[in-house]
Design a protein around this ligand. Structure first.
Ligand code: FAD
Length: 532
């Protein structure tokens, strides 16, 4: 396996592959982690994925958690957004940390993983597809060389040289309007909350966003008036005047600040029509470009990486045929189009593309001064995991439709606080997870026989008993027993009787659930997963 790119997508793909026992070489043209104003907001689901690859604790220690947002129109506070958070969530809805720190943590995890060979300063300059492998040309300061890969992951970012080398085109929309992204060092005694200012005095008709980052940095994003070029906007005098005005508007006139980084951004919502091109598999920004409103780029790239890694590992282990990779493309394309649809709404609100959208937005904004009911329209949706509801990997003969609660087939799992301490998701991952809800002291022999047979084929599967039995007495036959004496996990999973089960894929999305599990039904679900 060769992966091109050491951004969030390439690094998480390598780490996930390693967890599934697959070695990889990561080639990156860079000599260091990314610099400058890039991602800062990461979602709860991203943290759950990053927990799987061992970096969530470092992000939690170094990042700034948040769940509230405030929107202002012409100086008046009009909406307070509150993202849901309950005691069953290990991670906050959002956490702010600069992308370069996140990449540093991921690189450290890769360096500590013997199955990953991370090569800095190795630029991919050519790709030659063969029937059963890919030849990759690589350029380094010590001279060029070639490397042969069974499969090649193109995680080479938004400008993807691989996409160009292969003559592939993105589809979708690009939006007019530019934003300056300025990271400034300033001491503002404000909580970590998202701040959005519509039509402020100093930037009439436009939008300004502010986010607090770790290490005394604030991100100020402001929309440029029509007709102004990026070069004009990044002129030091222009930057100074506008940031001074923004600080004055929020009550900190004259606060000393210095510029850490600035760039200009314009929103695009584009995707490749297919992510699998013979032996080259696209993921992250190389596969799709998503608007930053709603924090979708890296947060989506983690989900691509997690999905791609297990699909590939199953093919490499001979557990499924190469056609399983078409499922990766299908599922992640579904996610990209859903995001593009939602992000389009957010982007049209933030930077109205036509006079019609401008009129509509102005109507919402001015009505919101007096009318409560329009205020929630300020709330643009943030990134959330796509549900693979129609996936062909979902078991057709299970009890999915008979459950009245709990995560359904295709959905990511629901975390749950355990009575014994910790959370359910702390214990899962690294392969398929079978959750078996049981009061009996032992798992039926017939189920264990199916699991043993799957393991003999090389299927990585772990049986976790969610037991309401005697604490301290492990359920015989289970790989792990988690005690659920008060039935809290059962309730979250809609389990009403003994012997219910949930099967989670290696990306943790549910692919089968049963009110009563037996050996035949488990075998059917495993066959569905490996039928490709
Ligand atoms: C201003 C701004 C704010 C953002 N805010 C957010 C946010 O808050 N939340 C969020 O989720 N997303 C955000 N994003 C998006 C996020 O930064 C990207 O989606 C994310 O970096 C994509 O990760 P990636 O790994 O796919 O690509 P990249 O991070 O671009 O990584 C590409 C990698 O490929 C390597 N590479 C390129 N060409 C070659 C080659 N020929 N050979 C070898 N290596 C190569 C590069 O060196 C790099 O390591 C923001 C983006 C911007 C610009």
């Amino acid at each position: 396996m060769v992966i091109i790119g050491s951004g969030p997508c390439g690094l998480v793909t390598a780490l996930e592959l390693a967890r599934l026992g697959v070695p990889s070489v990561v080639l990156t043209s860079e000599r260091q982690v990314s610099q400058g104003s890039r991602a800062i907001v990461f979602t709860r689901r991203s943290m759950e994925i990053l927990q799987q690859v061992g970096v969530a604790d470092r992000i939690s220690v170094n990042g700034l958690p948040w769940r509230f947002g405030n929107s202002y129109y012409r100086g008046q506070h009009v909406f307070r957004m509150e993202a849901p958070h309950d005691p069953d969530d290990r991670f906050p809805p959002m956490i702010n940390i600069q992308q370069q720190y996140l990449e540093e943590f991921l690189c450290d995890a890769c360096e500590a993983q013997p199955l990953i060979d991370l090569r800095w300063g190795n630029r991919c300059t050519g790709v030659h597809q063969r029937d059963d492998h890919v030849l990759v040309d690589v350029d380094t300061s010590a001279g060029p060389y070639g490397i042969e890969a069974k499969w090649l992951v193109a995680a080479d970012g938004g400008r993807s040289p691989l996409r160009s080398m292969m003559g592939l085109q993105l589809e979708g929309a690009s939006y007019e309007g530019y934003f300056v992204i300025a990271d400034i060092r300033v001491d503002l005694p404000l909580p970590t909350e998202r701040l959005a200012y519509f039509d402020p005095d100093w930037n009439p008709g436009n939008t300004v966003l502010m986010h607090k980052e770790p290490h005394g940095i604030w991100r100020v994003d402001y929309q440029l008036p029509r007709g102004e070029t990026p070069e004009q906007a990044l002129h030091p005098e222009s930057l100074k005047a506008r940031i001074d005005s923004q600080l004055a508007m929020i009550g900190y006139a004259g606060a000393p600040w210095e510029l850490d980084w600035s760039s200009v951004y314009s929103a695009r919502a584009l995707t490749l029509p297919d992510y699998v091109h013979q032996r080259v598999l696209f993921a992250g920004d190389a596969a799709h470009l998503l608007p930053i409103f709603g924090v979708r780029g890296a947060n989506t790239a983690f989900q691509d990486a997690q999905s791609l890694a297990w699909h590939l590992a199953f093919v490499l282990r001979g557990l499924a045929s190469e056609s399983l990779l078409a499922n990766y493309s299908r599922e992640r394309l579904g996610a990209a189009w859903e995001i593009i649809e939602e992000a389009g709404k957010s982007t049209r609100f933030m930077t109205p593309p036509t006079r019609g959208f401008q009129l509509l937005r102005n109507a919402v904004l001015s009505l919101s001064l007096s009318e409560e009911f329009v205020r929630p329209l300020y709330h643009w949706r943030t990134s959330r995991p796509h549900e693979y509801t129609l996936s062909s990997l979902n078991c057709a003969t299970d009890d999915n439709h008979r459950f009245t609660q709990g995560p359904c087939n295709g959905a990511p799992p629901r975390n749950a606080r355990l009575g014994s301490g910790g959370f359910l998701l702390d214990h899962l991952g690294g392969g398929l997870d079978l959750l078996y809800f049981i009061t009996q002291p032992e798992v039926p022999e017939s189920l264990l026989a199916v699991i043993a047979k799957a393991r003999r084929r090389g299927v990585p599967i772990t049986l976790t008993a969610i037991s309401s039995g005697n604490p301290g007495v492990p359920v015989a036959g289970a790989d792990r027993s988690l005690i659920d004496q008060d039935g809290h996990v059962r309730n979250r999973y809609g389990v009403t009787a003994d012997g219910a089960g949930y099967l989670l894929r290696p990306d943790q999305h549910i692919c089968a659930r049963w009110l009563t599990l037996d050996a035949t039904r488990l075998q059917e679900a495993l066959d569905t997963l490996t039928a490709a």
